[in-house]
Structure formats: C-alpha cells, structure tokens
Design a protein around this ligand. Structure first.
Ligand code: SAH
Length: 392
C-alpha cells in the first residue's frame, strides 16, 4: 500500500486583489478588456492608468478624476495599487540605499540606489532572484535561481525607489533618480522578454520617463541575445568581461565555455547603433594575482580594438566566504594608466555601500527554489488541504 498526495483536489487559494503597479500598457489594456471594456475604451483607460500610476505615483484610484466614478469603483473593487512588501531597507554611511523586496512568499530580491552616479543617481535593479551563472567571484552566483522576475516586478523596484525618494510626479529636472542599470541579481538576457517590457514602461515619456539612453543592461555574455537586446530595447550595453583570454574567462565567468570571447565579440560588434556617442561599457573586476597584470591591461586594449568602448574597473568587493582578494591600489592604478594611455576612459568604480553588502556582486537573498516534494511536504504540514488518498 502506498500513500500519495492528490494535489488536484486541493482547494485553490483565494486570490487577493492584484496590483496594477508596474504593469505595461499592453498588460493594463488586457486587464481593462477582462473587465469587459471594448478595445478602444480599454486602450484609452490603459493610457490614463499608466499616467496616474507611473507619472503621478498614485496609490489610490480615488485620485483618478478623469476616469468615470463607476469605473473607478470597479477598479477599486478588483485591483490595488500596492507595491510588493519591503522586507528590509538599509542605508549605507555613503548614502547608498538597498531594498530587499518580497515579490511573493519566499521570492526576495535586492535593488540598490547609488546617489551621484550617472547624471544624478542610479538604481541597480535585479532581473532574476538568484542566478544560473556561477561566476566564481560573485555572491549572487552562490544562490541558485529561484525564478525570473516579471516585467511588473522589475518596474516595481523603480516605483519603490521613487516612493522612498519622494520623486512623484515624474520631475522634468533636478531628479535624484536618473539612470537605471540592470546590474543587480540575475542575468538579464536570460529574461529578455520581461526586461524588454520593463524597459518600455520605464522609458515611457508619459510615465516614469527615464530615457533608453540612461538605461544600461549588463550581461555576462549571452552572445546570441546581445544584438536582439539592442534591437528590442535600444538600451546601452555593458559586458562583464573580467578576463582577456578564454582559459581564465572559462574559470571566472563559466558561461564563456558556451560562448567564447570570439563569439562574444562578434555579437558585441553586431549591437545596433554603436559609435562614439554610444559605447559599450566593459566591466572588469580587479582580482589580486588573478587578472590584474600589466600584460593583461595590454591584452585588454588589443581585445577591444575597433569596438567603441569604455572600461569600468571594479575593485573586487568581498563577501562572506569569497575566494578572492581585491587587487592592491597600485596595481589598479597601473592597469588603469595603460588603458587611459591607449585612449580609453577607464574610471575605477568607487565601491559604494560595501558596509551594507550593496556593492557590485554582493547581492544575495535567502530565497531558495522549492522542489515539488518540499512544496507537498509544506502543504501537508500546514494542513491546508492535500487530500490523502490510499491506494491498494
Ligand atoms: N549577470 C549580469 C548582471 C549582473 S551585473 C552580468 O554579469 O553582467 C553585476 C556586475 O558586478 C557584473 O559586472 C559582475 O561581474 C560584477 N561583480 C560580481 N561580483 C563582484 C564582486 N564581488 N566585486 C565586484 N564586482 C562584482
């Protein structure tokens, strides 16, 4: 005799009202159609909602005075404008802020606001919770992938930052948040559909209105998706390079075993619209005794030949148990000097928010992907249904 769980007979959880915060125009239109509005009406309401939610930061349907009262009442009955719960919010002594956002039970991801970066301040958003890439120097790489974030969940990270900074409605000038970088947890090009939809929403001039040229997507090198990223988003491209030969890059950034440097650079050269005013940013983490010799600085210059590029040298940020050390300051300066002399702007990225583990590569959450067996065990333990059936 064996005992199995028949989850098909488990009562469906009661759905709470869903939030419209962070939804794209097509997603808002689909919601309006689901309320029975015809195509034209649904399109018009979607645009009004977008303006209220993403330009004014509305948290309440009552303020939406250009929407008929009875429809407003229906919206309020059906939806909310809530953001996901903020599980933790920390402020560094250097002004950097980090949010741990609970997108769903057990699905938590981090975002980091860094003042005085970009035109005025940059938000580093996560595209996935956890990561599949296992780069050896990256803290997120020690966390297995939990799941991709949805387009709305990516946009909600921007809304939460604007809420905290008090930047509603979207200001024309003197903004605190001017740039978005997809350099948080996860590999954006493994979630391209959702980041493309999120970028449409973030750059929409009648909404959040952060222009595409102020949005940078960083990839560890998913080569086949790189030209597609440009065609679909028109965002700025950043590449996490970190090594100048395949042997070392295979070790540090294991996705290199799948798409090697030659393939990666072919894809970069195919990125639409590259030129002097639209350069690729190459990120290069400085690891003591691993990739920081003068010879490697010269190799880097050779590798970038013909690519409109700038280089960001990132002093390695340690994390608990990390197997590397940051290069010495002299080594970093000598490396930068070679690049500068070859005509590359190569700023050394000042570590920000190290005291709250908010600097590059320090992000990680406790979220884990649950196995089907674990979910069943939990369902049983909670006693919330799960009908036991005995089979002869
Ligand atoms: N997966 C994408 C997005 C993450 S971006 C990518 O790899 O580009 C995060 C950036 O911080 C990457 O350039 C990454 O290589 C770098 N990084 C990771 N760990 C780091 C650490 N411990 N110190 C400094 N930079 C790190």
């Amino acid at each position: 005799m064996s005992t199995t769980l028949d989850l098909s007979r488990r009562p469906a959880p009661l759905p709470g009202p869903r939030t419209l915060a962070g939804l794209s125009i097509p997603a808002l239109r689909a919601e309006m159609e689901s309320l029975g509005l015809d195509g034209k009406q649904a399109g018009m309401r979607a645009k009004q909602l977008r303006r209220w939610i993403h330009h004014f930061g509305a948290r309440d349907f009552a303020v939406m005075t250009d929407i008929a009262k009875d429809l407003r009442a229906r919206l309020a009955d059906t939806y909310v404008l809530d953001r996901p719960e903020i599980a933790d919010h920390q402020v560094s002594k250097d002004g950097t802020q980090k949010w741990l956002t609970r997108f769903a039970p057990g699905v938590e991801g981090e975002s980091v606001y860094i003042p005085d970066v970009g035109k005025a301040g940059a938000l580093c958003v996560s595209s996935q919770v956890g990561c599949t890439l296992n780069c050896t120097f990256c803290h997120t790489g020690t966390q297995a992938l939990v799941r991709n974030l949805t387009a709305a969940e990516i946009v909600q990270q921007v809304l939460i930052t604007r809420d905290t900074l008090g930047e509603w409605p979207s200001a024309e000038e003197d903004r605190l948040l001017t740039n978005i970088v997809f350099m948080g947890m996860g590999e954006p090009l493994y979630n391209l559909d959702n980041i493309a939809e999120a970028i449409d929403t973030i750059s929409d001039g009648d909404g959040i209105a952060i222009g595409r040229r102020r949005i940078t997507v960083s990839t560890a090198g998913v080569a086949p998706k790189i030209p597609e990223l440009g065609a679909r988003t028109n965002a700025m491209l950043a590449i996490s390079l970190h090594a100048t030969n395949d042997d070392l890059r295979n070790e540090l950034v294991p996705i290199n075993r799948k798409y090697n440097l030659a393939e990666l650079f072919d894809a970069i050269r195919a990125y639409p619209g590259l030129g002097n005013s639209r350069r690729v940013t190459f990120e290069y983490v400085m690891l003591k005794g691993v990739n920081d010799t003068i010879a490697e600085a010269h190799d880097l210059v050779r590798l970038l030949n013909g690519v409109p590029a700038k280089i960001n040298l990132i002093p390695f940020n340690p994390w608990p148990g990390s197997p590397y050390e940051c290069s010495g300051w002299d080594a970093i300066e000598a490396f930068a000097e070679i690049l500068n002399r070859s005509g590359y702007a190569s700023p050394i990225r000042t570590p920000r928010g190290r005291d709250i583990l908010a600097a590059c590569g320090q992000l990680r959450s406790e979220s884990v992907k649950k196995s089907a067996a674990e979910k069943r065990r939990e369902a049983l333990a909670e006693g919330e249904a799960g009908v036991l059936r005995s089979e002869p």
